[in-house]
Design a protein around this ligand. Sequence first.
Ligand SMILES: Cc1cc2nc3c(=O)[nH]c(=O)nc-3n(C[C@H](O)[C@H](O)[C@H](O)COP(=O)(O)OP(=O)(O)OC[C@H]3O[C@@H](n4cnc5c(N)ncnc54)[C@H](O)[C@@H]3O)c2cc1C
Length: 530
Amino acid sequence: MSRSFDAVVIGGGANGLVAATALGKSGLRVLLLEAAEALGGQSRLVEFAPGFRAAPLATDPGWLPPAVARATEIDSPARLSVEAPVTIAAAGEHLTLWRDTARAADAIRPLSHADAKRWPSFIARLRKLAGFLETLYRVPPPDVNAPAGELLSFIGLARRFRGLGREDMLEFLRTLPMSVWELLDDFFESGLLKAAVAPGGMVGVRQGPRSGGTGFALLHGLVGAEAGVARGRAPWRDGPEAFTRAAHEAALRAGVTVRTGAQVARIEVRDESVAGVVISTGETISTSRVLSTADAARTFLGWVDPVWLDPEFLHAVRNIRYRDSTAWVLYALAGLPEIPGLTPEALRGVITLTPSLKALEQAADCAKYGSMSERPHVEVTLPSLHFPGLAPEGKHVLVARVQHAPYRLGNGTAWDAAGRETLERAVTDAIAAVIPGFVGRVLHRTLLVPPDIEARFGLTAGAASHGEVALDQILFMRPVAGWARYATPIAGLYLGGAGAHPGPGVLGGPGWLAAQRLLGNRPVRAGESS
Ligand SMILES: Cc1cc2nc3c(=O)[nH]c(=O)nc-3n(C[C@H](O)[C@H](O)[C@H](O)COP(=O)(O)OP(=O)(O)OC[C@H]3O[C@@H](n4cnc5c(N)ncnc54)[C@H](O)[C@@H]3O)c2cc1C
């Protein structure tokens, strides 16, 4: 059977839903195909034990650019207020970095008077620099080969950049390539404080805090964050799936046909142009436009016959680094854990367990050689504190995010039962070191290593980033240099997932910009849509 649509969007995550809505609103007949039985992509809930659920890849709900919400008429979900976004609890010490800057400074003071004094200016600087990234993330990346006319959209951006002022402009350019270690050393002396902030620069990268570019990764994770916050965005008030529900409703209002349980197997190409999509049942859907929100490797190496692609382009796609090296352990708990000295309020944010920059770096060292860390960096969240419906009454869910656990071990071997057991034990030990009686409260645990994430969420090498968030893989180099503006070497095929600019964590950012490209709309000028 063959059916026909004006456009097919592949993937029902944040970007697929936003792209399909934008295309549907423009009057196209749009079909969205999602392989899983449920929408949401990386914010999908996983039931890992009867009655216990978690969205491990979306403990930070990300930033929904207001312009995208407005243009697609998605009812932007409300956020919870989290007063204690990040706490470090390690080696018998703890420190909570409250959202209220003065309160955070009071908490820092017993560790260092000088650091307490510097905290407000540090946090204000992070906000300002992340704010500039937000501006950059509202428009397509610069096209280095573009005619002068197209570069106009960047003139506004350059003006905004100058508006930062000389000192902040230099600080922005200096911070991006810096290591988060150097950045923190510039400001602070307390090892505990530095170790609390640094993991924000390790999300979506294989490196530890000594690596160049982790300064950029820290800022990237702060786009859209509230003032005063050193780490991440507050959860949606109505649960991890609140954005998916709102975006799904908007897609339906825009007339999009949504099919779940529909796994794309091939993109049909004729005369260098898209001709249709074949799903795993053999069904063909005719269309001349496909917008894929799966990652670039999956799209080009998995679904397109290589005869249609230039070897150089294929080579560049093969060279995209997918190596987040992140694992998760999901724990079903018999009751709410307690960390001595921490208020219940502090349990509502991220709790990071690695005591020093050196220990963070050592946790990353092994991954370079393809082995898992013996003492991995572990940070935990308790989503059932915000959303009791994620666990049976009186019980709780604890999500441990673990770095570093590479996709393949050492000499290319797969994860076996012994390797899994070793990692799981190391994580449980790290948690038990700060939560007395933790092991006795565990009813069930599920370990997800990168190959599990790949199979469950359709992500190459289990990389939630769709391509590491590194300086050579952003802007006009995302997904690959020369093809960063959503169109691809195949006419009618567009890439609009997190593997395209502006990357992961910007909900609908790449999807919306890719839809504009497909529709032939001019780029939005900086500041025009804020
Ligand atoms: C540094 C970093 C920061 C991040 N920050 C956040 C954050 O703050 N909040 C957050 O929620 N997430 C975050 N993420 C995770 C993620 O990048 C974002 O959620 C992002 O928005 C992903 O959306 P997407 O729609 O592009 O991709 P995905 O959510 O991966 O969706 C792609 C969809 O395609 C589907 N698919 C794959 N193969 C097929 C097939 N064969 N046929 C049909 N469908 C298929 C998949 O099932 C999936 O649903 C972050 C990741 C990193 C590394």
